[in-house]
Design a protein around this ligand. Sequence first.
Ligand SMILES: CC(C)(COP(=O)(O)OP(=O)(O)OC[C@H]1O[C@@H](n2cnc3c(N)ncnc32)[C@H](O)[C@@H]1OP(=O)(O)O)[C@@H](O)C(=O)NCCC(=O)NCCS
Length: 171
Amino acid sequence: MKFIIQQEGLPDQSSVYEVIARAFEREDESRLVNRMRQSNAFVPELSLVAMYEQKIVGHILFSKIIIHNQLRITPSLALAPLAVEPDFQRQGVGSLLVREGLKRSRELGFTSVVVLGHEHYYPRFEFIPTTKWGIRPPFQVPAEVFMAVELVKDSLSGIQGTVRYPDDFFE
Ligand SMILES: CC(C)(COP(=O)(O)OP(=O)(O)OC[C@H]1O[C@@H](n2cnc3c(N)ncnc32)[C@H](O)[C@@H]1OP(=O)(O)O)[C@@H](O)C(=O)NCCC(=O)NCCS
């Protein structure tokens, strides 16, 4: 099937809300995206939709975060959420969204991305647990589900610290 990945437009927002709600079977993640669009952490170029014959079948969002310790603040991105319309899952749409999102993130000058997600899904995009670098989430989760990928080689070398999400992330 032919899927096209493109930046979300204003008229796409209600379809994006519905697709995310159907994928997660609840509306928390749809509301998160609505909040993030109003946030300073929002990067419009990194709110992407997957289209199939003029219909939105998937969405991915990357938002600005920081990794901080007592000495330094390192800008990064968080991938969240990723959603594919249930009828279109397991056809490569999620992978297209992740790969295109990582490519565009790199082109925009971002150097790393963190994700809280399935430990069997994200390693195929070279995400690895952040314990490798000593980067911690701001909440308690199993180590294997909190992952990061370097968009620029060694960009996370020596970057120990805690990830800080924008307040808008949390309801
Ligand atoms: C997870 C999700 C985005 C994957 O999208 P997709 O378009 O189905 O993914 P792709 O077709 O690119 O890849 C399919 C692979 O993902 C794997 N996968 C799908 N859902 C998974 C899950 N919940 N946990 C682990 N792996 C999963 C499948 O095993 C499949 O692997 P295979 O091809 O080796 O069998 C989609 O299933 C979805 O929207 N799920 C509900 C919302 C959600 O959980 N989002 C992710 C938050 S981290």
